[in-house]
Write a protein that binds this ligand. Structure first.
Ligand code: SF4
Ligand code: SF4
Length: 204
């Protein structure tokens, strides 16, 4: 017969006085500890729409799609809580750090369609002034230009955003849908996709 070790006996006696370690959830609401990793939530004011979170998510719980229709160019970002495993990779790899943050909410059990467990946000897209191709979300370009500072003068598109941040240039509008044009020399100081910028430089 094997006898319990002294350490185990001590724990058993202690448990008689301290009560059970487990919580009474769900009959009593459970308050998770400070750094608990619960469901991730987008913060639209700080998210720049770069999609880094979608690329690092190991289970594909973050999706995005670009929608360019007449008068509307937007990137839709979706986080699906029914797939999420709360690993925290999206938050850890978010360039502005607070674009997506894991909350402490964990009780997601539902009898509804699990696909309804999601959050969607939208980011306005910046289009090439000449061909109308998607360049990136406007917030992402503005964020990069703020980070680079005066180094933005190496790229006319970033430079315009940098000057706009300083209040020295008007807000760039991008090309209206359906109005495509050949990039000319005069277009070099406008917002262009890499292809049109190369064309404009070669023609100058
Ligand atoms: S916490 Fe992990 S699984 Fe959930 S969305 Fe973020 S990266 Fe994906
Ligand atoms: S800013 Fe952060 S949350 Fe927003 S798309 Fe990029 S990585 Fe995801």
């Amino acid at each position: 017969m094997r006898y319990p070790k002294l350490r185990e006996l001590k724990e058993a006696v202690k448990a008689l006085f301290t009560g059970p370690y487990t919580t009474k959830f769900p009959s009593v609401p459970h308050e998770p500890f400070e750094r608990f990793r619960g469901k991730p939530e987008f913060h639209p004011d700080t998210c720049i729409g770069c999609t880094a979170c979608a690329q690092v998510c190991p289970v594909g719980a973050i999706e995005f799609r670009d929608e360019v229709t007449e008068g509307l160019a937007r990137r839709v970002l979706i986080v699906r809580w029914d797939l999420c495993i709360c690993c925290g990779q999206c938050q850890a790899n978010c360039p502005p750090e607070k674009g997506i943050v894991l909350s402490r909410e964990f009780d997601l059990a539902t009898t509804e369609d699990p696909k309804a467990l999601r959050q969607e946000i939208e980011k306005e897209l910046l289009l090439c002034d000449c061909c109308g191709e998607v360049i990136a979300p406007r917030d992402q370009i503005a964020w990069v230009s703020r980070r680079l500072g005066p180094l933005c003068f190496a790229n006319a598109s970033l430079m315009l955003f940098y000057l706009n941040n300083l209040g020295l240039a008007p807000q760039e509008e991008g090309a209206p849908q359906g109005e495509k044009k050949e990039p000319l020399r005069a277009d070099r100081i406008t917002v262009l996709c890499p292809h049109c910028r190369r064309e404009a430089v070669l023609k100058s």
